[in-house]
Design a protein around this ligand. Sequence first.
Ligand code: NDP
Length: 315
Amino acid sequence: MSEKLEKIEVLIIGSGPAGYTAAIYAARADLKPVVIQGLQPGGQLTTTTDVDNYPGYAEGITGPEMMEDFKKQAERFGTDTRWGMVTKVDFSERPFKVEIDESKNVLAETVIISTGASARWLGIEDEERLNGYGVSACATCDGFFYKGKDVVVVGAGDTAAEEATYLAKMCNKVTMLVRRDEMRASKAMQHRVMKTENLEILFNHETKSINGEAGPIGVESVTAVNNQTGEETIVPCSGFFVAIGHTPNSSLFKGQLDMDENGYLKIEAGTSKTEIPGVFAAGDIADHVYRQAVTSAGTGCMAALDAERFLADKE
Ligand code: NDP
């Protein structure tokens, strides 16, 4: 006898701002969405301290508290939030078969993918020890706390260049650690970096250690090492920003959905539609440019409206 599978109208994979906003809209449209929270319930914001740039929180809010509010709001309209990981998807026919925790299968009429992206880290012990105490992977989120102070940015791509110039506007001094003798960033961004007076680039430099204490003291300096000469330089700073790229959490969809060369899902411009009708993408999984909570929430709303229209057209 074949297994009788649970049927879900809108299955949302991922529980960051995109996933929960999609859930709020889908639940209010009576589509009984199910959110599979994933490995990091609440998404990247749960690793941030204060969020001061999300409209509506006039006094600011911490990332974990904000995501709890998102969840509560989605559940207020009947969203079914579940612990677990989606471990397999089959988009070859509708309803789509989705496996959860390698054990349970469900059938979904529509799927909204909001699995986000994860910041890449250097992988040194100090990074973890001082995360939230001066170590950050998001200048737009945390730069404000280093107003008038000295900071270090690691990386040499467009993100690092953008974050370094953004920080230079508010910080006293920005030092960029670039591991090669040139930057990967576009010429225009490099030009902007070079033109910034309070920004110094240390080429051929890597991070040896981040010095300081978790707690009120936080980051105090960074020991950088010249990989050509072995010479060490101590750069005094209060903030250490890692900007060496993000990895979109899209491995689950390889071979089933179109992606760009970095693994970000491709969607039809101005919509949340992937090339498979009924499968939508929202948030950082399909956006390597803006990557903000508020833009993710906006695309989550789009995905729910696209899913609602898709289901209405099928009736
Ligand atoms: P990239 O992959 O382009 O760059 C990563 C950078 O980090 C590289 O310079 C790399 O060095 C460096 N790096 C990687 N690992 C280490 C390490 N362990 N130690 C020190 N440095 C390291 O990532 P981005 O996030 O910058 O950009 C991703 C994509 O998004 C790109 O296509 C970019 O153009 C795009 N983007 C566009 C923007 C815009 O248009 N406004 C803004 C931001 C991003 P190396 O060069 O030596 O490999």
